[in-house]
Ligand binder design. Structure first.
Ligand code: HEM
Length: 380
């Protein structure tokens, strides 16, 4: 029986299983694209940037906000630009944010305290990453509402459903902040990026702008979905929720399992640069290859009992943050934000339960897996 698009978006996992079993590498001539459903081949695709290029979309003449970002670069350019950014974005630098993230989450939870009800998305999962990235970049507090609107517009543009280019006002705004930091550096990521260099190369203004947009697009909706999906998983598995209430040190492992079980980013694409064999299929140069991360993470050949949500699963080498040279730069930040959000939620609110009368609605983006709203009730 065919499921509706809505059911498919909320639960693509039975479809993935059927594809892994029947057509693990599936070619559609209409769009010259191979869909890859198994872990082994998805990992091979992500691991081989010499054969599977990330330089996509350009030849189609489309103007996309991420076109010139490191996400869409191959070596050697990718290495050079990524290293500029990692100088300013190290796991150590991120770890220093823990106190700030704790106080942002505390403030967000204070807003709903006493009401006994909250929307996990609207009140926590959505504002948290936007505020953190705005602070990291050094966006003044009073401009944050503006910043949020732009960040949404850019995210909606990524898969072609909304405006397909960055808002001019946003570009002007960022360029202005860049000029201000250039004149007067502050202790923020923007100033660090202005300062970073490799082989005497500083980022140009346009490159800096592109990087700011990348952080908005790559970091916000993904983290929102991770936090939302975590609550969704825990609501579905009350035993796991109880275990986390009793032993909060299990939270980091639970976050990894959410990443595997309901991966916020479901797929990513490449283009074959040469004829090759993948699985036992012949791929031709120029064909597109989509690694279905969400399916790879449920592959029975990699994960025993893959449809079981197990917060103690070990090993858990999921592909939720990608693999190889494009491995997510923001992974430490996303993990930290989600860990702190869950820790404080469970510390402060007892008996958190989804309001079952409100039907789940999937997010807009076809690349992502998450819900638009997640109302819950709780006791204090
Ligand atoms: C790359 C997922 C959060 C910044 C990636 C990739 C994935 C991913 C799958 C690889 C894409 C590919 O290979 O084509 C996620 C998930 C997140 C998350 C699931 C949250 C749960 C963040 C955050 C930031 C960020 C918070 C920054 C603030 C980036 C950047 C890249 C990237 C810059 C490109 C790296 C490169 O091309 O070298 N992410 N991400 N991500 N992510 Fe994330």
């Amino acid at each position: 029986m065919q499921s509706s698009p809505l059911e498919q978006a909320l639960n693509p996992f039975p479809f993935y299983r059927r594809m892994r079993e029947s057509r693990p590498l599936f070619y559609r001539p209409e769009d010259e694209t191979w869909q890859v459903f198994r872990y082994a081949e998805a990992e091979q695709v992500l691991n081989n940037s010499a054969l599977f290029s990330s330089v996509r979309n350009r030849e189609r003449g489309q103007e996309r906000p991420l076109q010139n970002s490191i996400l869409n670069m191959d070596p050697p350019q990718h290495r050079q630009f990524r290293s500029l950014v990692t100088q300013a974005f190290t796991p150590r630098a991120v770890a220093q944010l823990a106190n700030r993230i704790t106080s942002i989450v505390t403030h967000l939870l204070d807003e709903v305290t006493g009401s006994g009800t909250m929307d996990i998305i609207d009140h926590l999962a959505y504002p948290l990453p936007v505020i953190v990235i705005a602070e990291l970049l050094g966006i003044p507090r009073e401009d944050r509402a503006l910043f949020k609107t732009w960040s949404d517009a850019v995210v909606n543009g990524v898969d072609g459903r909304g405006q397909n280019r960055p808002q001019p006002a946003m570009s002007d705004y960022f360029l202005q902040v860049i000029e201000e930091r250039h004149k007067e550096p502050q202790d923020d990521l923007m100033s660090a990026l202005l300062n970073a260099q490799v082989d005497g190369h500083h980022l140009s203004r346009q490159e800096l702008l592109g990087f700011c947009i990348l952080l908005l697009v790559a970091g916000n909706e993904t983290t929102t979905n991770l936090i939302g999906n975590a609550l969704l998983c825990l609501d579905e598995q009350p035993d796991s929720m109880e275990q986390l209430y009793a032993a909060p040190d299990l939270i980091p492992g639970a976050v990894e399992e959410v990443l595997r079980y309901r991966s916020p980013v479901q797929l990513t694409g490449r283009i074959a640069l040469a004829d090759t064999v993948l699985g036992n299929q012949h791929i031709q140069a120029g064909q597109r290859v989509v690694a279905n991360i969400g399916s790879a993470n449920r592959d029975e050949a990699q994960f025993p009992d893959p449809d079981r949500f197990d917060i103690r699963r070990s090993p858990n080498h999921h592909l939720a943050f990608g693999h190889g040279i494009h491995f997510c730069l923001g992974a430490p930040l996303a993990r930290l934000e989600t860990k702190i959000a869950l820790t404080l939620l469970l510390e402060r609110f007892q008996d958190i339960r989804r309001v079952p009368q409100v039907p789940l609605e999937p997010g807009e983006s076809i690349l992502m897996h998450g819900v638009k709203h997640l109302p819950v009730t709780f006791r204090q």
